[in-house]
Design a protein around this ligand. Structure first.
Ligand SMILES: [Zn+2]
Length: 136
C-alpha cells in the first residue's frame, strides 16, 4: 500500500494530549509511543481520532470506562463502527409536532406559519389544533 497515510508526529502529539485530557491516567508520552508504534495503521487520522476518542470516553452501564488501557484503540471493536458515542452525547430530538409530521414541537415551522396567519393560537405551537369555524 503506497497510498496509506502515516500519522505525523504533530498529529500523534495532538491526539495524545486530547486523549490525556479525556483520560488523565493515560500518560501523554505513553500515548505518543503507542500512536507512533501504530503509525502504519490503515485508518486515516480523522477516523483514528474519532475511534480513539470513542474508545477513551465509552463507559459501561455502571459508569466505569470500557477501555482500561489505550491499547484498546488499535484493537478492532465497536469504537471503530460507531464513532459517535451512543451514551448520550448526541442531543436527542425534541418531541414531534402533534400536527405536522417531521417537525419538532418546540419550533415547528408549519405551526409558526399558522400562528403568523392568525389561524393558530401561539400556545398551541407543536400541539394539536383543530381550526374552528369563526362563531357567528
Ligand atoms: Zn406543527
Amino acid at each position: 500500500m503506497t497510498d496509506s497515510q502515516t500519522i505525523t508526529k504533530p498529529q500523534a502529539e495532538a491526539l495524545a494530549s486530547i486523549l490525556h485530557e479525556l483520560r488523565p491516567e493515560w500518560g501523554t508520552p505513553a500515548l505518543v509511543t503507542l500512536i507512533g508504534r501504530n503509525r502504519e495503521h490503515p485508518a486515516p487520522f480523522p477516523a483514528l481520532t474519532q475511534a480513539a476518542i470513542t474508545a477513551a470516553t465509552r463507559r459501561n452501564p455502571d459508569g466505569t470506562p470500557t477501555a482500561r488501557t489505550p491499547a484498546v484503540i488499535y484493537q478492532p471493536g465497536k469504537h471503530w463502527d460507531q464513532p459517535i458515542n451512543d451514551a448520550g452525547t448526541r442531543i436527542p430530538p425534541g418531541p414531534p409536532c402533534e400536527d405536522h409530521i417531521g417537525q419538532e414541537a418546540h419550533n415547528c415551522r408549519c405551526c409558526w406559519a399558522d400562528i403568523k396567519a392568525g389561524t393558530r393560537p401561539e400556545q398551541l405551537l407543536g400541539k394539536h389544533h383543530t381550526e374552528t369555524e369563526p362563531t357567528p
